[in-house]
Design a binder for this molecule. Structure first.
Ligand code: AMP
Length: 282
């Protein structure tokens, strides 16, 4: 028989639940509209903890435009039933007002590593991410919190914040879950037209080309970069925002061959939809 899953919409209700929890607690924060990527985080959390808590919160603070926020897909009923099937103990689903009441004025800013990559094209995005994740960690007080490698810079920023602020939590990172053709799963993918959906595979194709070259011994970042642009430019529906090669830990750009793991990442518009993807080359 399935355990009854609780849904809490206020911090005080959630805290009452939390105070009664014994043993280890795994936490999976999401913006909802769940797919296999999210569920892989729940699976990892279930394997490594006594109980799993998830959250659904479409965080207004991390969006760069109100149009993008308004267009973000939502289906709370379906999300809750998926979490229930996965054996999640409780789900925290706060409103924007619950998280950011009228006098709210405290923000978390991870400085250096948020200036590049996504941060360069989405000003304020990581301030929103770090602030909401810090709040959620303080509310949920998990033993471990789980994030997807799909959002590589988010992982780096959260790890840095946890280290800098001495937050008492372990960060678990799960591999990117992909569709059969290689497209990284994302809640935004439903906004692609059938034609755009086919074109979207080009991000993975470009990453796969770089990976293959790397494994053949190519270490020159400029050449890997060019190779990926060449693949992307073959797709007429794709508009490249950036393709970048960085140190996987510090996120510093890499311009000469190095022994450190490389983060190869990109943001590409397919029609109106902005997609990101990455791979680590070691
Ligand atoms: P989101 O709901 O998009 O904010 O994502 C919630 C969590 O799921 C984040 O830690 C994401 O990195 C992770 N995630 C999203 N897509 C994927 C994916 N395709 N594979 C693995 N993790 C993912």
């Amino acid at each position: 028989m399935e355990r009854l899953m609780q849904v809490y919409r206020t911090v005080s209700e959630f805290r009452a639940f939390r105070s009664a929890v014994q043993g280890t607690l795994g936490f999976v924060p999401t913006m909802g509209y769940l797919h296999e990527g999210h569920l892989s985080l729940v699976k990892a959390a279930s394997l490594e903890n006594d109980l799993v808590v998830a959250s659904i919160f479409v965080n207004p603070m991390q969006f760069n435009s109100t149009a993008d926020l308004a267009a973000y897909p939502r289906d709370e009923k379906r999300d809750l039933s998926l979490f229930r099937e996965m054996g999640v103990a409780s789900v925290f689903v706060p409103s924007a007002e619950e998280m950011y009441p009228p006098r709210f004025q405290t923000y978390v800013q991870v400085e250096k590593m948020t200036q590049k990559l996504e941060g360069e094209y989405r000003p304020g995005h990581f301030r929103g991410v770090a602030t909401v994740v810090a709040k959620l960690l303080n509310i949920v007080q998990p033993t471990r919190a789980y994030f997807g490698q799909k959002d590589a810079q988010q992982v780096a920023v959260i790890k840095q914040m946890v280290q800098d602020l001495n937050l008492p939590v372990e960060i678990g990172v799960c591999p990117t879950v992909r569709e059969a053709d290689g497209l990284a799963m994302s809640s935004r993918n439903v906004r692609l037209s059938p034609e755009e959906r086919k074109a979207a595979v080009v991000l993975h194709k470009a990453l796969a080309a770089a990976k293959a070259a790397f494994h053949r011994g190519e270490r020159e970042p400029m050449r890997l970069h060019e190779m990926m642009l060449q693949v992307l430019h073959q797709e007429p529906l794709a508009r490249v925002e950036y393709v970048s090669i960085n140190d996987a830990v510090t996120l510093e750009p890499v311009i000469t061959p190095t022994a450190s793991p490389l983060l190869v990442s990109m943001a590409v518009f397919i029609g109106e939809i902005r997609l990101i993807d990455n791979m680590i080359l070691v």
